[in-house]
Design a protein around this ligand. Structure first.
Ligand code: RIB
Length: 304
């Protein structure tokens, strides 16, 4: 099986659960507070490891309690921690997450902390580990210049690259050409094309625009509607996995999808099979609370 190198952020998620997400200026009484592992890169690494992916994770954390939470978890899950920098000068990041327990929807504010100080040198120091992998998976929570540099290096070393553009931020024109798989959700796709995406026709024409930018394969995730795939040869919709239990918390569902997609590709699954698998992992993750804590294992998938 191929190795997946994930570059991204770990933070401690401070989750506030209640029957609504507060409006601007509103105070509400919540029902539950949970502190757990989060950060998109870390969630994706964990999602991949839980479904038997071979993962190394590149990030920076502080020498503190939250940083220890990350390292303990990675050790338990067999994630290679050789590329994790622990810097006593910074705190591990945190995210404040408001979850609506009735709909599973959320609102997130993330402070990347130590991971916000990652540099190109940190990538260079870990180049040997990147070169040993075959798939490179990243997001946009790390400083953009460093993410762009890491994508360039991964491509130079011959890896297949996946960029999950979350949270959406401007991407240099040249960098689109470094992306083998681009995985925005509808809102992120709208950000890049500055156009509303509402109909199937909008989704197809958005994908064509992304392919014209130099991206090799585009996957637009559509929540409960599944996802859409396109490259120069083929395009198709894939329905969402049908759940038999209620959606509790959608936090990390996109991360579950990306981690599982990377594993599908690492096992050389046909792209359709890899996307069906990613849809299933993402859907099942919404039936549990938390971000990393909701990632299903292979056993969970088989038992579902
Ligand atoms: O995608 C969900 C994640 O986004 C949360 O875990 C939070 O930490 C933010 O990074």
């Amino acid at each position: 099986m191929k190795t997946i190198s994930v570059f991204g952020v770990f933070v401690a998620d401070l989750c506030f659960i209640s029957n609504a997400i507060p409006e601007k200026g509103q105070t509400i009484l919540g029902s539950q507070h949970i502190v757990g592992p989060g950060g998109k890169g870390s969630n994706q690494a964990i999602a991949a490891a839980k479904v038997n992916g071979n993962v190394n994770f590149i990030t920076k954390i502080g020498k503190d309690k939250n940083g220890e939470m990350a390292l303990t978890l990675y050790k338990e899950l067999g994630i290679d921690t050789a590329c994790i920098i622990q810097d006593p000068n910074y705190s591990t990041g945190v995210a404040g997450i408001m979850v609506n327990e009735k709909t599973g929807e959320n609102a997130i504010n993330i402070i990347p902390g130590a991971a916000g100080t990652l540099t190109n040198d940190d990538i260079d120091r870990n180049l040997n580990f990147i070169a040993k992998a075959e798939i490179f998976l990243t997001q946009l929570e790390t400083p953009y210049k460093v993410t762009s540099y890491a994508l360039k290096k991964a491509k130079e070393k011959g890896l297949a690259t996946i960029l999950n553009p979350a949270p959406a931020c401007e991407i240099d024109d040249d960098d689109f050409k470094l992306i083998d798989f681009f995985t925005p959700n509808e809102t992120e796709a709208e950000f890049y094309l500055n156009k509303k995406i509402e109909t199937e026709k909008d989704i197809k024409s958005a994908s064509e625009k992304f392919l014209k930018k130099g991206i090799k394969n585009i996957v637009i995730t559509l929540g409960e509607k599944g996802c859409y795939f396109a490259n120069k040869k083929e395009n198709f919709f894939i329905e969402a996995f049908k759940l038999k239990s209620p959606v509790l918390d959608t936090t990390g569902a996109g991360d579950a999808f990306n981690g599982a997609l990377a594993v599908g590709l690492s096992k050389d699954l046909d792209i359709k099979e890899a996307l069906i698998f990613a849809n299933q992992v993402a859907a099942i993750s919404t039936t549990k609370q938390g971000a990393a804590a909701s990632m299903p294992s292979m056993e969970d998938l088989n038992n579902y």
